[in-house]
Design a protein around this ligand. Structure first.
Ligand code: NDP
Length: 487
């Protein structure tokens, strides 16, 4: 597909941007241009919103069972194209082909299937008032906007569009400009599954395109996955027209490993929590708190396994760590590695760009571990979004909980212990939207997902997501006549 042109998808049609402008989508492994993408401006966003609004009025009249059938068919079609989607996702994001069939395509299909399954089960409430009764209807919001981050573009498109469509809304989606391809291709799947024109639209572009969506009067809700700073701007923009918002933002999550933990399992989790997807995951447990009594053994096993990780071409089935999303992002991650060294943290392994042989043209960095970290270090406080782990030690449960919570973020946390009471006690005390006990970064579609504090608002996945794509209408029905104060 080297350098091929990709149009927008609006009202069931492939179309150019009104301005005719385009931007380049770059392969992070080679620096080459993967595709040329139509750049949507405000007028294209407006076209998409008008089409979505027309289509949504009719879609909302379909039964939940009918809508669910389309989503389940889409799940099946996506699964049938797993190789094609996984390859494209790996090319666009740089994430290894070992990961993308399961973590992106299958998880996207599961999401479509899940919300397809519960579309027919969306119910209101009934209340008996003796002289009257009331019931509530769960109605769609209208046109919803989805704005995605670049790390999991297909999964994010599914996480936002499946619950929106299941509940009778229409979706206008903007992937991040660094990864425009798979969310766009998802339009083919929806079309082939029988989704009526106008219900899933893809506009492409940068922050300006996102701003046009946030400001548009015809959009009822914005669901953003992105940085905390972007979240604040989108919320401020959405406030102008009182839109609803769901915010899936960044994190600096703690992973707490007690002395009684299964150490090999804990090492596996720490690696998954820092190096999977090159560390470009919002929930990553980058602050690894280890009981001081097991630190030495933990680091020994961690280092041995981390050094064996194979960096390389994302399309090579042997590759475990691919390039970062862009050269700019690589420079940022390298600057954090330098900050770690300068702050006196002990470099256990990594800490450099990886540029041997075939890696030279790509945005590769070495999986990196710093030990002896302090709570106040820059690498411990700021989201890096790269494969950089900070290891800290503790001796006391209450103290480690306090330190784990000492962050502006609250997306996720992990606890490793064999002590049942401690596991639940600590899970209850950690300030996070998700706490994993004896595992890390597992996000089943059934389980609500989202952050607290600076990590966001609202929830995706599970039945909880329905709450954020519907609004209740209360209907009061009188049985005994009007009790008029003026008779
Ligand atoms: P950004 O916040 O930079 O961008 C997210 C999206 O918002 C992109 O599509 C971007 O466009 C768009 N955007 C940027 N500025 C505006 C604006 N002012 N108005 C409207 N839209 C705007 O995030 P990244 O793409 O860099 O992704 C990394 C971040 O996402 C990390 O902080 C990570 O933690 C977070 N994230 C959170 C997840 C969660 O579920 N909690 C999951 C995955 C990532 P463009 O970039 O195209 O210019």
């Amino acid at each position: 597909m080297q350098g091929e042109y990709r149009q927008l998808f609006i009202d069931g049609q492939w179309c150019d941007a009104e301005s005719g402008e385009t931007f380049d989508d770059i392969n992070p492994a080679t620096g080459e241009t993967l595709a040329r993408i139509a750049l949507a401006g405000a007028s294209d966003v407006d076209r998409a919103v008008q089409a979505a609004a027309r289509a949504q009025r009719e879609w909302a009249r379909w039964t939940g069972a009918e809508r669910g059938r389309v989503l389940r068919r889409a799940a099946q079609l996506l699964r049938e194209r797993v190789d094609e989607f996984a390859r494209l996702e790996s090319l666009d994001t740089g994430r290894p082909i070992q990961e993308t069939p399961e973590a992106d395509v299958e998880s996207g299909a599961e999401c479509l299937e899940y919300f397809g399954g519960i579309a027919a089960g969306i119910e209101g409430e009934y209340g008996d008032l003796s002289r009257a009764f009331y019931y509530t209807r769960r109605e769609p919001l209208g046109v919803c906007a989805g704005i995605g981050a670049w790390n999991y573009p297909l999964q994010i498109a599914c996480w936002k569009s499946a619950p929106a469509l299941a509940t009778g809304n229409a979706m206008v989606f903007k992937p991040a400009e660094l990864t425009p391809l798979t969310a766009l291709k998802l339009a083919e799947v929806f079309r082939d599954a029988g989704l009526p024109d106008g219900l899933y639209n893809v506009v492409q572009g940068f922050a300006d395109t996102g701003r046009a969506m946030t400001a548009h009067q015809g959009i009822a809700k914005v669901s953003l996955t992105g940085e905390a700073g972007t979240g604040k701007k989108v919320m401020a923009g959405a406030a102008e027209t009182l839109k609803q918002v769901t915010m899936e933002l960044g994190g600096k999550s703690p992973l707490v490993i007690f002395a009684d933990a299964d150490l090999d399992e804990a090492v596996s989790a720490a690696m998954m929590a820092n190096f999977y997807s090159q560390g470009e995951i919002c929930t990553n447990g980058t602050r690894v708190f280890v009981d001081a009594s097991i630190e030495e053994e933990f680091l020994k096993r961690l280092k041995a396994r981390t050094r064996k990780l194979k960096l390389g071409d994302p399309l090579d089935p042997e590759t475990q760590v691919g390039p970062l999303i862009s050269k700019e992002h690589m420079e940022l991650v390298l600057s954090y590695m330098e900050a770690g060294k300068e702050s006196g943290a002990r470099l256990v392994c990594g800490g450099e760009r990886a540029s041997d042989g075939d890696l030279a043209e790509g945005a590769y960095v070495q999986p990196t571990i710093f030990a002896g970290c302090d709570d106040d270090m820059k690498i411990v406080r700021e989201e890096i979004f790269g494969p950089v782990m900070s290891v800290l030690t503790f001796t006391d449960e209450a103290d480690v909980v306090r330190r784990a919570n000492d962050t502006e973020y609250g997306l996720a946390a992990g606890v490793f212990t064999r002590d049942l009471a401690r596991a639940h006690r600590v899970a209850g005390e950690l300030q996070a939207g998700v706490v994993w006990v004896n595992n890390y970064n597992v996000t089943p579609i059934e389980m609500p997902f989202g952050g607290v504090k600076g990590s966001g608002l609202g929830r995706e996945n599970g039945h909880a997501a329905i709450e954020f794509y519907t609004q209740r209408k209360s209907v009061y029905v009188e049985l005994q006549g009007v009790d008029c104060a003026y008779d």
